[in-house]
Design a protein around this ligand. Structure first.
Ligand SMILES: NC(=O)c1ccc[n+]([C@@H]2O[C@H](COP(=O)([O-])OP(=O)(O)OC[C@H]3O[C@@H](n4cnc5c(N)ncnc54)[C@H](OP(=O)(O)O)[C@@H]3O)[C@@H](O)[C@H]2O)c1
Length: 315
């Protein structure tokens, strides 16, 4: 099969496209012919070696977390899904399992979700990691109706879902993004847009019920002054000091911190699919590229400026 893989950690130049052996489904496994996959920051973080203590030193390593495709074969003992079913999901890339930027993938059924009939492969591949992260981050902030929610990093993969979900739940939404994406943020439903290059919202006078730091580099002491009493800071990238503060804030009460991390229980997928079906969220796909152009697509995401998701067509 053709795959995007690395034989060593490093920059974009370590990515190669070539033939790897077709994976074989063992007992309890499913072989999926991947039709589309999307790129998430975790993919280029794995490639760079930033996470090598977790991802190990076994090569070649295929990259890619989100995927959508068709069940090609099932191993013994697999009752569902069946051959021909359209499925989507998230690989266990961080657990040293094969990635999805390839023509085929072997995964256990628990990692596969049946695709709703109305979903295209591109759309299904754009949804899981970013959509489930936005959903989980906001879920922990309680009832958002009438609340003021600021999304920092509002037009990227996670952010563009978070803006739409917060809006659908009745919040007034402030989007923080670069100027070039301001119009897009408004079209997603943002009431107020702040260009992070021109204005530091954390030094402003407006106070928020929720600050969702999707970008993930803000410190709690910087955010706290613009949080209302009992307000919540959500972060996608918790460092050790933030985790320590999170535990501490639980004891002392008042303003607190929660982790905006990805959760992929069946009920989470069902909630995301409901939001999609009722039109509350519309995934934005910045571009769809063939596997041969995947390295350039990675580079575009790393440099910044893409809106929503970047999708790779694999089949
Ligand atoms: N913990 C988890 O389970 C989990 C799950 C998913 C993602 N994450 C992490 O969450 C982060 C965001 O993921 P993503 O998929 O949304 O990435 P993304 O698609 O690359 O989006 C990142 C966004 O951050 C914006 N940004 C860049 N510099 C900024 C700044 N100084 N201030 C505010 N915003 C800024 C970018 O805007 P411009 O392009 O307009 O500059 C872009 O829209 C990544 O670090 C990812 O690893 C964690």
């Amino acid at each position: 099969m053709r795959a995007l893989y690395i034989k060593a950690y490093g920059g974009p130049d370590v990515m190669q496209i070539g033939e790897l052996p077709d994976p074989e489904p063992k007992r309890g496994e499913v072989l999926v012919a991947i039709k589309a996959a999307s790129i998430n920051p975790v993919d280029w973080k794995v490639r760079s070696g930033e996470l090598k203590l977790i991802t190990g030193r076994t090569f070649p390593k295929t990259l890619g977390s989100d995927f959508a495709g068709v069940v090609e074969r099932v191993g013994t003992g697999v009752a569902v899904p069946s051959v021909g079913e359209r499925v989507y999901g998230i690989t266990a890339l961080m657990l040293r399992k094969p990635g999805a930027h390839a023509e085929r993938l072997v995964a256990p059924p628990k990692r596969l979700r049946r695709m709703p009939d109305s979903m295209s492969f591109e759309l299904a591949a754009a949804l899981p990691v970013a959509g489930l992260t936005a959903l989980n981050g906001l879920r922990q902030c309680g009832d958002l109706h009438g609340k003021s929610v600021l999304i920092n990093g509002a037009t990227g993969g996670v952010g563009h879902f978070a803006v739409q979900i917060a809006k659908a739940r009745g919040a007034t939404v402030t989007a923080v993004c670069s100027e070039r994406n301001a119009e897009r943020a408004r079209s997603l439903g943002a009431d107020v847009v702040i260009d992070y290059r021109k204005q530091d919202f954390a030094r402003g006078n407006v106070r928020y019920d929720v600050v969702f730091d999707v970008f993930g580099h803000l410190k709690f002491p910087a955010v706290a002054p613009v949080l209302k009493d009992h307000g919540t800071m959500v972060t996608t990238l918790p460092g050790p000091s933030l985790i320590a503060r999170m535990v501490w804030r639980r004891f002392v009460g008042g303003k607190h911190i929660v982790l905006g991390s990805m959760r992929d229980r069946p009920g989470d997928y069902a909630e995301l699919e409901r939001l999609l079906a009722d039109g509350s969220i519309k995934p934005v796909i910045d571009r769809v590229v063939p596997l041969t152009e995947a390295a350039q697509a990675y580079a575009a995401l790393e440099v910044g400026g893409t809106v929503g998701k970047v999708v790779i067509r694999t089949g």
